[in-house]
Design a protein around this ligand. Structure first.
Ligand SMILES: N[C@@H](CCC(=O)N[C@@H](CSC=O)C(=O)NCC(=O)O)C(=O)O
Length: 285
């Protein structure tokens, strides 16, 4: 599996890198970013996978979160994929809408035309990308996962469905019950078809109610988030956790909105939370 390095920049004694590769799963060329902490020059390090939200590429989190300073201190690599397949021949929303198509893959495996050939983001994130990173970067097998909004939905769904892949999960302002909100209904009906029975396996609140989880799980939500009441529904996640006995740490932060300013304010807490499990040292948190 060939990986082409596009850029490399020194950052907090480590390296911020951008790679390109041909994705067999998505049938297009993909780019992703990686932060390698200084420790990776001497030994393998664990990795946190970060899933971004609507309209993002791998560059939003890389440039705006400020995560690298803490990742360098803790010795954790950050793997930051794109949010959809891209390139010539990859379909987009007919009207160029921001919440479907390019930049809006929703981390599902599409089954419907014209999406199903390329929009296989669930398999890309859970299978192809980790294999590629493991084979080409100085990483241990330890992984955890986090994300924002659409990416928070992706992180929770993936961790609930495949808990053996990760040692912890967290999310910022996740779309917690997508089958009930306009963003989710629009994307799922396009990618998965009108039969809502096929949507449930991509809904964190429904999955949690059904399966429960003992995975360490932290969710942060801004109370002044402009999307909280219409698209995110954190209360549904809280109820699902209570119903299933899932030890969800759900924190509501007064005054914070949906932006990367919120993420930048709490990313240190999230990285220390993940480090407690990635480094097998609960005292780090
Ligand atoms: N353009 C839209 C909102 C787009 C938006 O807010 N995107 C968020 C993620 S929202 C859920 O997945 C984001 O992370 N944007 C990138 C950034 O750098 O801020 C609208 O106008 O409502």
């Amino acid at each position: 599996m060939a990986l082409q390095q596009l850029t490399a920049q020194r950052l907090f004694e480590g390296w911020q890198k951008r790679f390109s590769h041909r994705s067999k799963t998505l049938q297009c060329d993909m780019q992703f970013s990686v932060y390698l902490p200084p420790q990776a020059e001497f030994h393998q390090v664990p990795a946190l996978y970060w899933l971004s939200g609507l309209t993002c590429t791998d560059e939003n989190f890389s440039a705006k979160s400020g995560a690298q300073r803490i990742a360098a201190e803790l010795g954790i690599a950050l793997i930051i994929p794109d949010t959809s397949p891209r390139g010539e021949g990859v379909p987009d929303a007919a009207d160029g809408a921001y919440d479907l198509g390019l930049g809006a893959g929703f981390y599902v495996n599409a089954t419907q035309a014209p999406w199903q050939q390329h929009y296989q983001m669930y398999d890309y994130i859970t299978q192809e990308l980790p294999k590629l990173c493991q084979a080409n970067l100085p990483l241990t097998a330890q992984k955890s996962i986090s994300g924002h909004s659409m990416g928070g939905h992706g992180a929770l769904v993936i961790a609930l469905r495949e808990p053996e892949l990760f040692c912890a999960v967290s999310a910022f302002a996740p779309i917690a019950n997508p089958v009930q909100c306009d963003w989710g209904k629009k994307a799922f009906s396009a990618y998965l078809g009108e039969d809502q029975c096929n949507w449930d396996v991509y809904d964190a609140s429904l999955l949690m109610t059904k399966l429960g989880s003992q995975l360490p799980m932290l969710v942060s939500q801004g109370e002044a988030d402009q999307f909280m009441a219409t698209q995110l529904f954190p209360e549904q996640l809280r109820q699902a956790a209570e119903a299933s006995g899932t030890p969800l740490q759900l924190e509501i932060h007064p005054g914070y909105d949906h932006s990367y300013y919120f993420i930048a304010s709490f990313i240190e807490q999230h990285l220390r939370f993940h480090a407690g499990y990635l480094l097998n040292n609960p005292l780090v948190e």
